[in-house]
Design a protein around this ligand. Sequence first.
Ligand SMILES: Cc1ncc(COP(=O)(O)O)c(C=O)c1O
Length: 470
Amino acid sequence: MNDQALFQRLLSLVTEYRAQEKEGTFLDYLEPEQLARLLELERPARGDWERILRWLEQYLEHSVKTAHPGFLNRMWSGANLPSILAEMVTAVSNTSACTYEGAPVSTLMEHYMLDTMLELVGFEKGEGQMTTGSSNGNMIAMLAARNEVLADTKHRGLWQQAPLFAFVSADAHYSLDKAANILGIGTDQLIKVPVDERGRMDPGALEQLIEECIERGGRPFFVCATLGTTVRGAYDPLPPLLELRRRYRFWLHGDGAWGGAALLDDNLREGFLEGVEQLDSFTWDFHKMPGTNLMCNMLLFNGREDAFRCTCSAGEHSYLFREEKETHELDLGVGSLQCGRRVDSLKWFLDWKYFGKEGLGERVHRYLELAAHAEARINGHPELEMVAPRESFNVCFRYLPPGNLDPDEFNLKLRHHLFHQGISLVGVAFIGERVTLRLLITHPDFTEAQVDDFLDSLVQAARELLEEEG
Ligand SMILES: Cc1ncc(COP(=O)(O)O)c(C=O)c1O
């Protein structure tokens, strides 16, 4: 089969998939053994285009349809069409975004988008980098802070240094624990600051913990404010944390992986992100609420212009990066922890151009309205309860089973049932000791009626389960 015929076959598979991705169930669930048998994973296919196309077809047939209204589990849904087109072109042209020489268009687009985002956040004389996601963004921020507070760590390591302490809220993302492990800080030195009743870091408790750390001879060097926690959607309060930074001189990082999207709407920014322009660093995923294809992340540094290179570059790399090249200054790979870098800029650039800040801002604003609608419906329904009042975009709720049935156990069962029936895939987590379902709305065209349908189908499924259980 020639290229043209192959691409035609592929395009018809993809367009057919797109036309139906919101129909039927979001997944026809198969047990892993059944699916493995069906996929014939062991089957040889040397030179066999028909089998290759069949595997592509099977991939689409048996994957979770993330654009389906029943997919409410994660922090994204489907993907924006401009970024899908970009991903296809990126795959065809297949290069690494480490030098201008090897990736001229991508390099300029990445610089353009980073500058645009620095301006949007309000970082002056800053710099940025696309990383593989906010887990990585959080880690690189912690790394930069570590190397700034102990300037020779990069070369000498952490031997014979006063122990470094980092602070995050008790509800922060687990990537911070991983970062503390990877960077030699140690997870015991990652202090979890208690949160208030709304799930926000308690600045008074932070100050006390910092004082205790200093008394024990430790060095508080890094505080991460979560700007939209993973489960509750709480925003740690920046003004008091900025005041503490003035007194204790730590690096203040903002993890806006999820909630950073509030920057796209001026009113939301004012409400959720006051003071964000004064952070030392900020990470934000464009692949979450803004809807760009996975992965699409930016990590921004404030008031620093060479920190990425100072922090991340090491070793002899002149085969790739050489200062005498005119375009050396543009090479984004020098300040990256990776060598090969995926081209993530094209999809970001095209989404930004196509929707603009206004379009994406309206989208994020709408998600908040829909979350408020869901909360109101839940509060007005006798069989549902909010597990915690809504802080922003996250709706943490659950079904209230009758009698003395354990609500934790029942909601886990209910979620499993909804998934296996292909009705919906909704998140599940704990708030304190209590199991909560976590509804995140990230479908750009979702409506109040669809929120209602989701809740009605959940209640219906719960009643059926109760009946089954007698
Ligand atoms: C608050 C927060 N930080 C960081 C991350 C990690 O982001 P990524 O998946 O891009 O690594 C997440 C992911 O859900 C998150 O919710």
